[in-house]
Design a protein around this ligand. Structure first.
Ligand code: DSN
Length: 415
């Protein structure tokens, strides 16, 4: 980055500092990852120079000979990897992807049913603070109070009563698997489309360690930068009959020109995800999460739903006498990065809730395994036991740096 260093040393230094931070810390935010050097190169390429509104072979700009080939490759690889009939790889990220699906399939005021945000759903699944809760009539299901799991009978009952036009399955903070077959049966019974938002679990589905929604859902949305380990972007996969409506909703309905550098990086990501190494990566994410959860339970932590089936763990810290925000800040001082999060039926507000959310996609990308997860759990326990003891946090941060030095991060050169 010599040119950047000379032209804009401020930004250069900040990027270098973030690089060091990502290298020296245990990154447990379950929606984050480390992309490969190949993905970084495609993402930072001259493709950012291009405008190409439209789709391959149907553009509003001339000069698309290479861009068309790149987008076609991305589409073909997405369809092959997920077994989908159609893929749109242009959404800028997950929120616009979900909006495009609603714009394609709903009329203003139609009912949109999704998991409530405080129960693990996403803002764009119809939460009141989101435009999706304003343009459409939100119907929100919750997890069960005792088990913290989706109660499919309650979902069916609510769907029968409210007659949504789309039912969304998917979450940002749900540590268990989704039963897409049951969701599809409910959607069919009430005449709704089923949208599976697999943003968090796409890499696990590809690796075969989470059930696959493609046989059941009308539309599947995923971001490309979480467990799939690609650039920040999104894709919409759907049945052939819905392809035109989805494509028109993305462009010209919601977006202008696609971000071609991102499209190329998505194509590279999909090539990487089709390898046996990626399957092993997905399997290890889940093994690591289970080990981390078991070790936390052994240290007396209270986990939402009692554990995990996927890549993430939600810890309710109420019994430890500390809030999620205090815990996340103390952990950050010790070199362990996570986000604070509401837990189901949380009496506290989202900006200082009762829980933290942790996950294993990024640490698994560095090659860490079960032994390291047990160590991470011990560090979390030591920090949470003395959150205001900066000497303790500093000592742990040193130990964290030593461990991290043994596990190179993809895409970040060792200097
Ligand atoms: N904000 C993302 C996450 O952290 O899960 C979801 O969009």
């Amino acid at each position: 980055m010599d040119a950047l260093r000379r032209l804009d040393p401020d930004i250069y230094e900040l990027i270098r500092a973030e690089e060091r931070y990502e290298l020296d810390s245990i990154r447990l935010i379950p929606s984050e990852n480390y992309v490969s050097q190949a993905v970084l190169e495609a993402s930072g390429s001259i493709l950012t120079n291009k405008y190409s509104e439209g789709y391959p072979g149907r553009r509003y700009y001339e000069g698309q000979r290479y861009i068309d080939s790149i987008e076609t490759l991305a589409i073909e690889r997405a369809c092959a990897l997920f077994g989908a009939q159609h893929a749109n790889v242009q959404p800028y990220s997950g929120s616009p992807a979900n909006l495009a699906v609603y714009f394609a399939l709903l009329k203003p005021g139609d009912a949109l049913m999704g998991l409530a945000l405080p129960h693990g759903g996403h803002l764009t699944h119809g939460w009141s603070a989101s435009v999706t809760g304003a343009l459409w009539r939100p119907v929100q299901y919750t997890v069960e109070r005792e088990t913290h799991r989706i109660d499919y009978d309650a979902v069916r009952e609510l769907a029968r009563k409210e007659r949504p036009k789309i039912i969304v399955t998917g979450a940002t903070a749900y540590p268990r698997q989704f039963d897409f077959k049951v969701f599809a049966e409910i959607a069919r019974e009430v005449g709704a489309y089923l949208l599976a938002d697999i943003s968090h679990i796409a890499g696990l589905i590809v690796a075969g360690v989470h059930p696959d929604p493609i046989p059941y859902a009308d539309v599947v949305v995923t971001t490309t930068h979480k467990t799939l380990r690609g650039p920040r972007g999104a894709m919409i996969l759907c049945r052939r009959e819905l392809a035109d409506r989805i494509d028109r909703a993305v462009f010209p309905g919601l977006q202008g020109g696609p971000h071609n550098h991102t499209t190329a990086a998505i194509a590279v990501t999909l090539k990487e995800a089709a390898t046996p190494e990626f399957k092993r990566y997905g399997e290890q994410i889940v093994k690591n999460a289970r080990t981390l959860a078991d070790e936390l339970l052994a240290h007396g932590f209270n986990l939402v739903s009692g554990g995990t089936d996927n890549h993430l763990i939600l810890i309710d810290l109420t019994t430890k006498g500390i809030t999620g925000k205090q815990a996340a800040q103390a952990l950050d001082r010790a070199g362990i990065v996570c986000n604070y999060n509401t837990v189901p039926y949380d009496p506290r507000k989202p900006f200082n809730p009762s829980g933290i959310r942790i996950g294993t996609p990024a640490v698994t990308s560095r090659g860490m395994g079960e032994a390291e997860m047990r160590q991470v759990a011990r560090w979390i326990d030591r920090v949470i036991a003395h959150p205001d003891d900066n000497e303790n946090s500093g000592r742990i941060a040193g130990e964290v740096r030593e461990l991290c030095a043994r596990f190179p991060a993809p895409g970040i050169p060792l200097r």
